[in-house]
Write a protein that binds this ligand. Structure first.
Ligand code: AMP
Ligand code: GLY
Length: 431
């Protein structure tokens, strides 16, 4: 089987590694890929959101399965586009991801909040406002306790959320949204919601439109500095599984959130196919949805996939062919700890092109997933903010972390930075 994987992050390196474990794979192409994915297949210079270009590539290279790594092609409608064109042309190309309609769960905060409302899925109280209605927005904020949570409706690469305790700053942010100086088009509608106080986690599901299963839990660390300080990033590290997501908590997640989500989509005529990433807040033992994402997370994938023993190609194939009931999700009980090594200055301005020195040998159950890297002659150089995700398995969080910290210290590039407290909040909760 020939496979096309879309994306260029650590998540896609992890996907490439897992897909290559299957003897059914003939050729793997990654668009655009990075120096890490190049170890597993052929990187190709395609733009994942240029749907016609991606489809032509699939025809020319007899691609049977497309794996969209990030949300942009999904929200742009890649699944519908490829499947419709393939059906018209009499070829079979499967896409391991949801339709454009379902992808609005991530593509529009207003859409996802309304969906949760229709299906009584627990989430923060909210209202949406057009930006010509700022007085109404301010009036609604007055009914909320600070801090205020303001979300740009559309995709904003994880940067569309402003949380502030100051009413004045919240009003100023709204005003900046109106003139397009903040978030551009993504901010034309704003969701204002109640602040949920608790501890965040992510739960991942897989589904084929008929059946669905829980894949795993993970915790991401979004701020740049220790103790969750500084600006938001794409994610600075992850732990999987999350100890407080025990059987009792997961039962609540399944019954109150995953089941009504999947059933709700079916009842609205849009069964969900693909990975679903539910960002949750655990508020005193009760799960609330913060957001849906219609794909795997990055760096959560780099923590979850090393634990996954199920064949990735079998899983993706079953997802596309409605045979998920034949697949067993088999996860290693060990804990995975992922620490992201990032470029100096990230998430602000960074310098690319720094030479990366990797350790000669890596122990078993350890991985270096490359993200912002590229091959230049014989070397690998930095090529983005997040550079390498270091993952180790261990019997518990401290042992997995110790191993990842040691391995992180053996990777060198100018300006290298990482958080030193990944997982420590979870260890404190356990002690
Ligand atoms: P989102 O893009 O919706 O995931 O929001 C980004 C981050 O903002 C989340 O990961 C949370 O840390 C925080 N956040 C979003 N909504 C809320 C909320 N209602 N209460 C508290 N924190 C929130
Ligand atoms: N780690 C958060 C995300 O992938 O959106």
């Amino acid at each position: 089987m020939n496979v096309l994987l879309l994306g260029s992050g650590g998540r896609e390196h992890a996907f490439a590694m897992k897909v290559c474990e299957s003897s059914r794979l003939s050729r793997l192409f990654i668009a655009p890929g990075n120096a890490g994915t190049a170890q597993f297949g052929t990187n190709v210079a395609l733009n994942p959101t240029d749907l016609a270009q991606v489809y032509s590539f699939c025809l020319e290279n007899q691609i049977e399965l497309v794996i969209p790594g990030n949300e942009d092609p999904l929200v742009a409608g890649i699944t519908d586009y490829i499947e419709n064109h393939a059906a018209a042309d009499g070829v079979k190309i499967k896409v391991a991801g949801p339709s454009a309609w379902c992808s609005q769960l991530e593509g529009s905060k207003d859409f996802s909040k309304a969906f949760m409302g229709r299906h009584s899925i627990p989430t923060a109280r909210y209202q949406s406002f057009e930006l010509n209605d700022l007085d109404a927005a301010a009036d609604f904020m007055k009914t909320l306790e600070p801090p205020y949570v303001l979300k740009a409706d559309g995709l904003a690469a994880g940067k569309g959320v402003i949380i502030t305790s100051s009413f004045e700053e919240a009003c100023l942010t709204l005003k900046e949204m109106t003139d397009g100086s903040k978030f551009g088009k993504a901010g034309e509608v704003v969701v204002i919601e109640e602040f949920l106080k608790g501890i965040e986690l992510s739960v991942f599901g897989v589904s084929d439109g008929k059946d669905w299963k829980v894949l795993a839990s993970a915790k991401d660390y979004k701020r740049i500095f220790d103790n969750d300080e500084g600006p938001n990033t794409g994610g600075m590290g992850a732990i999987s599984p999350v100890p407080f997501a025990d059987a009792a908590f997961m039962e609540k997640v399944v019954n109150r959130i995953l089941k009504p989500t999947y059933d709700g989509l079916v009842s609205e005529g849009h069964p969900y196919k693909g990975f679903l990433f539910v960002g949750l807040m655990n508020v005193g033992g009760e799960p609330f949805v913060i957001e849906y994402n219609v794909r795997m997370g990055d760096p959560e994938t780099e923590a979850i996939f090393p634990r996954l023993k199920t064949s990735m190609l079998d899983l993706l194939d079953a997802m596309a062919d409605q045979k998920l009931n034949q697949i067993k999700i088999d996860l290693d009980d060990k804990t995975a700890a992922t620490i992201f090594l990032v470029s100096g200055g990230y998430p602000g301005d960074i310098e690319k092109g720094k030479t990366i020195a990797l350790p000669g040998k890596i122990e078993d159950n350890q991985w270096l997933f490359q993200a912002g890297t590229k091959e230049v002659g014989d070397e690998i150089q930095t090529n983005g903010g997040r550079v390498i995700a270091v993952t180790s398995l261990g019997t518990d969080i401290p042992s997995a972390l110790d191993r990842s910290r040691k391995l992180a210290s053996e990777v060198h590039f100018e300006g290298k930075f990482h958080r030193t407290d990944i997982g420590m909040d979870l260890m404190r909760l356990l002690s």
